[in-house]
Design a protein around this ligand. Structure first.
Ligand SMILES: [Zn+2]
Length: 236
């Protein structure tokens, strides 16, 4: 294995599934029980904010019982011990990477534990339920507080930074993602263009599995710690 210097790791719901957080796109996932257009779009929020708040309040409460698993912990260890740059770009809105100790972390789809004020654009850490009555701690106005998550039809966060990282990466790993949601599903092509080695770690082959040079299939809590161990052993 080559000596890598810049690793970019894309993570998705499959990583947090083993922490007890439901995935969105599996056949028993959240989107099999809810209609995206009713709970996860700017239009839905404009039409029925209470319904959207209820949906995200349930997700936020669900975090109380969730803890990082061995895969999250292994990725935090990789960042600490690898003699190069390790950046995690996550599609997950849960806080399990940071709870595991990861620091170079980009939440491209936002964070469930933050609220965003539509009136003044202020962001605040948020652990309680949101409602249309909640006032913004910055501007004092009510009615504009929303979960700081990227809804369908909105632009994911920090994309320029992510594409710069991909253009410089020599190893790109995709962990626990369905490979169906763009722009994240296109990151592997960016990494290949940059000449990076590419590896998919997923429970089963994803939609984009044929694009990856290396594929490791199995539960994240098994395959991710083994992969991290191998990367660290080869770096010594
Ligand atoms: Zn405000």
């Amino acid at each position: 294995m080559a000596a890598f210097k810049r690793i970019v790791i894309l993570t998705g719901a499959g990583l947090s599934a083993e922490s007890g957080l439901a995935t969105f796109r599996d056949k028993d996932g959240i989107w099999s029980k809810y209609d995206i257009s009713e709970v996860a779009t700017p239009e839905a929020f404009a039409r029925d904010p209470a319904k959207v708040h209820d949906f995200y309040n349930q997700r936020r409460r669900g975090l109380r019982l969730a803890a990082p698993n061995t895969a999250h912990l292994a990725l935090a260890r990789l960042e600490r011990e690898f003699p190069g740059q390790v950046t995690i770009v996550t599609q997950n809105i849960d806080p399990l990477h940071e709870a595991a100790g990861s620091q170079r972390l980009i939440h491209m789809h936002g964070e469930l534990l933050k609220a965003l004020c539509a009136h003044c654009d202020a962001r605040h850490p948020w652990h309680d339920d949101l409602s249309t009555e909640v006032a913004c701690p910055s501007c004092g106005r009510a009615g504009g507080m929303r979960p700081d998550v990227v809804w369908f039809g909105e632009m994911p966060y920090r994309m320029d930074e992510i594409y710069d990282l991909l253009a410089q990466a020599d190893l790109f790993a995709s962990i626990g993602t369905s490979g169906t949601v763009y722009p994240a599903a296109g990151f592997v092509r960016e990494a290949l263009t940059a000449g990076a080695h590419t590896v998919e770690l997923n429970l089963e082959p994803s939609e984009g599995t044929s694009l990856f040079a290396e594929k490791i299939h199995g539960p994240a809590t098994q395959v991710v710690p083994q992969w991290v161990e191998r990367l660290l052993a080869n770096a010594r």
